[in-house]
Design a protein around this ligand. Structure first.
Ligand code: SF4
Length: 80
C-alpha cells in the first residue's frame, strides 16, 4: 500500500513488517498497527512533519517502509 504525503510517496510492504511499532511511535498520525500487528496507514487525509516522517520510515528494522520524494530520490530506507 502506498500514500502521497506532501511531496513524499510512502509505501508499506506489509509482508516485511514484523510489528516492532517503531514507525508508529515516531509518526502515529500516519501509521497504525492493525489487529494482526502489521503496520497500515491511518484512514483519511494524512499529514506529518516531513523530517519526522522520513525518520519513521528509516527506523524500520526490516526496511518495510519506503519513502521517495517528488524527484525520485529514495529517502528511506537509507543506503549503505
Ligand atoms: S517499523 Fe517496520 S517492522 Fe516495525 S511496525 Fe513499522 S513497518 Fe513494521
Amino acid at each position: 500500500m502506498e500514500r502521497k504525503i506532501g511531496d513524499l510517496t510512502v509505501s508499506i510492504d506489509r509482508d516485511l513488517c514484523i510489528g516492532s511499532g517503531n514507525c508508529v511511535k515516531i509518526a502515529p498520525e500516519v501509521f497504525v498497527l492493525d489487529e494482526t500487528s502489521t503496520t497500515a496507514f491511518r484512514d483519511g487525509e494524512l499529514s506529518c512533519d516531513r523530517d519526522r516522517l522520513i525518520e519513521a520510515c528509516r527506523v524500520c528494522p526490516t526496511n518495510a517502509l519506503r519513502c521517495v520524494d517528488d524527484t525520485g530520490n529514495t529517502l528511506a530506507p537509507e543506503e549503505g
